[in-house]
Design a protein around this ligand. Structure first.
Ligand SMILES: [Zn+2]
Length: 474
């Protein structure tokens, strides 16, 4: 545009000045929502190192993750006496580190698990155990679940020490084995049983709650306060059987089928508890569609509103009641014989306030056939909800607003399970909070091409840095 009149040139200059000013402003905003570059770099390096360690719960080992974290902490000046690396078998080590405060309050525990769900190279578009940065994302198994939080806990703890931060309570970080696999080497269970003193705390922060976004718009920062628990049942019918040419009404398959049909038409009572009522109340503020009013009414206890919500989506239904569903079937032994056995597996997801006894007796009433035996398959321990601590929820919502103005903090009860359940049973209230945002329609935990937004990772680091500091500043 060499021939532009002077006026035009001046306008262009103004335009570019404005553009530069806007870019500078954007850079400043950006700087506020993430930690300074050296801290980002440290978190990045630890994250990359963790993701590239193959810690699949059946084929890998968590020990190198625990050792890598310990080496970084020692290099940062943490004394050996405050670092604990051990586990039930050599492949399943855990790390516990204590950053000492003035002891005015009981410690807080920052928990993350270091094992990951298995990932096969052929299922992925890239090597799942290579940390790849591409198109604004970090890719790799564990980038979301749960190595980001593990890396951030360690990086932030090192930063507190460098700053000489004096918390009013000890800050304990525990990186544990085998959350995904459960089973005999669960790190959190092993620590609770063998080294409770190392992790004993007023409450814990853990995975299980994350930020929800939709097409890059941030919707809510979720805090997991409670979990449903699982009871598996086996329904079983035995019968003397006989030749199929002489059928009788008393048939094992028919008994079972009728029982399952009655189950399919039964719904446990709809209700809210402290956590889900708070959840519906917050969701009512966010929701813009036709369910907005029902969410507010359900929060206030309206059965009619709960009924409409439960019918609207499986997620609302599962939030409002205990559910039991048939998942597997077996029965009969020949095409020309009356069945001697028919059986079904029934998987129940139980509200924390419903007891196993209550669920069992309810199922017996629904089935209403004494030929159908109903047995619990494994001991089910209900995890109590964590109390809705106003101080903690206030700190989370203030920190959320500082980094993402206007984004609400929403308490949730989740359908899946985390290590938080074991801590809650052991009397340590646990809150799932991360500040990492994921698109609610593109959650890849346990799936292929697992990833985390690069900006999201650094914002989560800043969020957790501020949150923990606020919870431990005199
Ligand atoms: Zn996890």
């Amino acid at each position: 545009m060499k021939q532009s009149p002077p006026m035009q040139t001046r306008r262009n200059t103004n335009f570019f000045q404005l553009l530069i000013a806007l870019l500078l402003a954007a850079t400043t905003l950006h700087a506020q929502s993430t930690r300074p570059e050296p801290e980002r770099q440290l978190a990045h390096d630890i994250y990359k190192q963790f993701v590239e360690i193959q810690s699949g719960y059946s084929t890998g080992s968590t020990t190198p993750v625990a050792e890598a974290a310990a080496a970084r902490l020692k290099a940062a000046g943490f004394p050996d006496s405050d670092i604990f690396v051990a586990g039930p078998i050599p492949k399943k080590y855990n790390l516990v580190v204590r950053y000492r405060g003035t002891g005015v309050h009981k410690p807080i525990l920052l928990l993350a698990h270091t094992d990951v769900v298995e990932a096969k190279r052929e299922d992925w578009n890239m090597d799942p155990f290579q940390f790849i940065e591409k198109d604004g994302y970090f890719y790799g198994r564990g980038t979301g679940d749960d190595k980001a939080q593990a890396a951030v806990w360690i990086a932030n703890l090192i930063r507190y020490k460098q700053e000489g931060f004096k918390p009013d309570r000890d800050i304990i970080v525990a990186l544990t084995a085998d959350e995904e696999g459960g089973g005999p080497y669960s790190g959190i269970n092993w620590l609770l049983k063998n080294h409770r003193d190392l992790i004993d705390s007023e409450y814990a922060l853990n995975e299980g709650g994350w930020g929800e976004s939709l097409e890059s718009k941030k919707i809510s920062n979720d805090v997991q306060v409670s979990e449903k628990y699982v009871i598996n049942y086996r329904f079983e019918v035995h019968n003397k059987g006989g030749h199929s040419s002489l059928p009788v009404p008393d048939n094992a398959i028919y008994h079972l089928a009728a029982a399952l049909d009655r189950l399919s038409r039964f719904g446990f009572p709809l209700k809210t508890n402290d956590v889900t009522a708070a959840y519906f109340k917050e969701m009512a503020k966010i929701e813009t569609g036709p369910t907005k009013e029902d969410l507010a009414k359900a929060a206030a206890g309206s059965q009619e509103a709960m009924t409409r919500l439960a019918a609207a989506t499986p997620a609302f239904n599962a939030t409002l009641r205990t559910t039991c569903v048939a998942t597997q079937l077996e029965g009969g032994h020949a095409i020309n014989a009356l069945p001697q056995l028919a059986a079904a597996m029934v998987n129940c997801r139980v509200l924390p306030e419903d007891s196993a006894d209550y669920v069992t007796t309810t199922l017996q009433k629904v089935v209403a056939d004494d030929q159908v035996s109903i047995k619990i398959l494994a001991d089910a321990a209900a995890g109590p909800a964590s109390p809705m601590r106003p101080d903690l929820l206030k700190a989370i919502s203030e920190t959320t607003n500082k980094i993402w103005p206007g984004v609400p903090t929403v308490p949730i009860m989740v359908m899946g399970a985390t290590d938080g359940k074991y801590l809650r049973i052991a009397g340590i209230p646990t809150y799932g909070v991360q500040g990492f945002f994921f698109d609610r329609n593109d959650i890849r935990f346990h799936g292929r091409d697992e990833r985390m937004g690069i900006q999201s990772f650094y914002e989560g680091q800043a969020f957790l840095y501020d949150l923990v500091k606020q919870l431990s500043t005199p």
